[in-house]
Structures are given as C-alpha cells and as structure tokens.
Design a protein. Structure first.
Length: 423
C-alpha cells in the first residue's frame, strides 16, 4: 500500500471521530438540563453496615412493650386484629389461612404450627423451634415483618403505632386457655403510677382477684382460720406489673344485698364479708391498717355479726389498680377479659362471675371459702398461688400491705352493676 492510500484510510477514521464527537456536543447542547438546586424528593438508603444482623433492630424511640401492656386495651386490640383477619384465624381450633392460626400464639415456639408451610427465613429464625414468640419478638415483628425477618412470606406492611401494637398483643395474649404471664413494667413506669406508693403485686395466683378497669388487682384474704396475709416483702414497683394470668383477674360476684359501701376514707364491707370460711376457725382479724380506717368503719351487720372496716385510700387504690387493667375491668360496662370483671367483688361469692370459667383449684377452694371477705381478698392479693395452689392467676402478688388495703378500698366503691356507691 502506498502512502496515498494510507492517508485516505487515516483521514476517514479521523473524519468519523470528528463526526461522532461533534454529534455528541450538539446533542448535549440541545437536550442538556441543569440539575435542580433542591430535589423534588430524596431517597435515603440505610447503611447496611449499621443495621444489626438479620434486620432485627428495635426502634429506640418506641416505648417498651412491657410498659404498653400495663394499660393496653384488649377491646382496642380486637379492632386492630381485623387487619389480620384476612390471613389469620384467632379462634380456638381455627384453620390456617394465608398465614397460620394465631390461637395461643403468645410464647408459642416460632414456626411450630405443624400443618403450615413456613418460609425458609422464618424456619431459620426459629432455630429449630427453640425461639418463642415472646412479647419483644411480636412487638418488633409486627412493626416491620420484612425488616425484622428478611425473606418472610408475610406481605403485611406492619403496624407503626406502638399503642396499636401493644393493644394487638394484649388481644393475642387473651387468645389462650392458659395465657402466658404478662411482663413486668419498667421500674420508672411503676414509680410513676403513684409517687411514694409501692405498686401492688400479687404473688400468688392461687387466690382469685378481680381487676377493675383501673388495672389493680384485689387480693383475697387468707383462708378462714389461717393467719393474716403472708408477710409482705418489699419489692420495686416494677415487679407489680400486670402479670396476672387469666385467673388472676378472677373474682367472686358480689353478694347482692351485702355490697360494701364506701364513705370518705373508710368503707363498710358487705354482710357477706362476715361469713367465715367453712374451716371452723374464728373470723380472721382485720389487717393492721384497717384499725386506722376513717369514719364509716365497723358497723353491725345483719344477723348481729360485726362488719370489718375497710382500711385504705380508694384514690390511691385506683392508681395501684392500673397494674390490673390488662386483665380485669371494673365500673359501668365492665366485661370479663383475661380475668373476670371485678364489680362488687367485696362480699361476692368466690369463683362465681357469670360467663367466666374459673380453674378447678379455685372452685374447690370456694367450696370451703365461699365469700370474698376483706380478709380473703387481703390474703389472695398478697400471694394468690400460695393461697390457692394451681390457680391460673400468674400475678405474683402485692408485697406492700398498704397497697392491698388501698386496692380493696377502691374495689369496694363499685357495686355489682359497676355504679359507684353513694352516688
């Protein structure tokens, strides 16, 4: 090839380059647009290196589930559960749907429903069934299922409101014949419930206690013939959380005629309170604090028996009762929840609330101790499981005798209909 032919080839290549380059400059001049100073929207991606493995990060700004469950409403949770009804059933013996049934789901091993096919991600998260659906797992999973367990088949976007999640978990907790114990409230929350007052705690589910909507449990006094309630052990308010099991909320239906009436600082217990348990022992002495009861104290009851004055401050008892609201209701319109409603509990027959199923141990106890007298309530609220071994009530008990007196005084202000006495 001579130099002339080579020059033509190189010239053609250079010409092509110039055309392409010139075309790009022309196109940029025609179609170029400046970037806006402020973008219409900005997508910020989380830095994967900052997220915990498995995406199981708990939102720091959300209140702890233990605190939310102290005041969570089961009825409100039932409304939230309507969002879940298309994919899950909640009734006992209910079928699996798009998702597994949720009866007895609280504290159930994860991915353990035998006839449901779980995603590999959920099966791996369960670690062979050794991890349970405890309150924290439910709380964070329900907020962001796919963020908490990446790869889950659950397509639900999640419930962002902590209060709605707390209410839903309270409702799920009620879907069981033997509900798991509720978590203890954080110490700071228990202290806030009433400064200077120790949160009421019931150690023994053995005795039935009715919780009103205030959330406090009332304790049943020790069985007739037994010594006054077990000696209280000081404990932090944190331990007085709504840890009542289904039966912890149980209380007797008040004896119709003898409902206790409260007047100022003191209240009159119903005549039923004066009945002695069928143990043949003498009527138990009123708790130490009762002797300081204000006006409205002891008055002869029908049949010549002497009524025991109810010591305690109803206003303070209402604050203590806040610990019981997750399981019990009191007042007008109160209904059975995890435990029975507590209207008219003082002087009511033990294990007799209509529409509520009591444990066999409590029913046996009621055969010998028929009435929720002040003494019975005091013993029950101090240590339910010690008073009635085998009771469903899991609340540990109230260690401060004053809290017990206050709660009983508060419950005594309600008659069987939920109306406040004396109004």
């Amino acid at each position: 090839m001579d130099s002339f032919e080579a020059n033509k080839i190189f010239g053609a290549i250079l010409g092509t380059v110039f055309v392409l380059f010139g075309g790009s400059l022309l196109a940029e001049g025609l179609f170029h647009s400046e970037a806006p100073e402020t973008p219409g929207y900005e997508i910020v991606a989380a830095d994967p290196s900052e997220a915990p493995a498995g995406g199981q990060e708990a939102a720091q700004e959300d209140p702890p589930i233990a605190a939310l469950l102290q005041t969570a409403s089961v009825d409100a949770g039932a409304d939230v559960f309507k969002k879940c009804g298309a994919c899950h059933s909640g009734e006992k013996g209910g079928p699996n749907k798009v998702g597994p049934h949720l009866w007895d789901v609280v504290d159930r091993p994860i991915a353990s429903v035998s006839d449901f096919s779980y995603s590999p991600a959920m099966a791996e998260f369960s670690e062979g069934g050794s991890v349970n659906w405890d309150y924290d797992h439910l709380y964070h999973f329900l907020k962001d299922p796919k963020g908490y367990i990446p790869g889950t088949k659950m397509g639900f976007a999640g419930i962002k409101s902590p209060e709605d999640r707390g209410a839903l978990i309270a409702y799920l907790h009620s879907l069981s014949d033997n509900p798991a114990p509720l978590p203890e409230a954080p110490a700071e929350d228990a202290a806030a419930a009433g400064e200077g007052e120790q949160a009421a705690e019931v150690t023994n589910p053995a005795t039935t206690t009715k919780m009103g909507e205030g959330g406090e449990e009332t304790q049943a006094p020790a069985a007739a013939g037994s010594a006054p309630q077990a000696p209280p052990v000081e404990s932090s308010d944190a331990t007085t959380e709504a840890q009542m099991s289904a039966e912890g909320v149980q209380g007797e239906q008040p004896a119709p005629p003898a409902a206790a009436s409260q007047d100022g600082a003191g209240t009159k217990p119903p005549a039923a309170e004066q009945e002695q348990p069928a143990s043949g022992a003498a009527e138990p002495a009123a708790p130490a604090g009762e002797q300081a009861a204000a006006a409205g104290a002891a008055a002869p009851a029908e049949g010549g028996a002497t009524e025991v004055a109810i010591a305690g401050d109803p206003a303070a008892g209402e604050k203590v009762f806040n610990k019981c609201k997750a399981c019990h209701a009191v007042g007008e319109g109160a209904r059975n929840k995890i435990g029975p409603e507590l209207n008219g509990i003082v002087g009511e027959a033990i294990a007799s609330v209509e529409g509520y199923t009591f444990s066999a141990p409590l029913q046996s106890y009621a055969a010998e101790h028929p009435t929720w007298t002040v003494e019975e309530l005091h013993a029950w609220l101090a240590d339910p499981k010690a008073l009635v071994p085998g009771t469903k009530m899991s609340f540990p008990g109230l260690k401060n005798p004053k809290d017990i007196d206050d709660v009983i005084a508060y419950l005594a202000t309600f008659d069987e209909t939920g109306a406040t006495k004396g109004q």
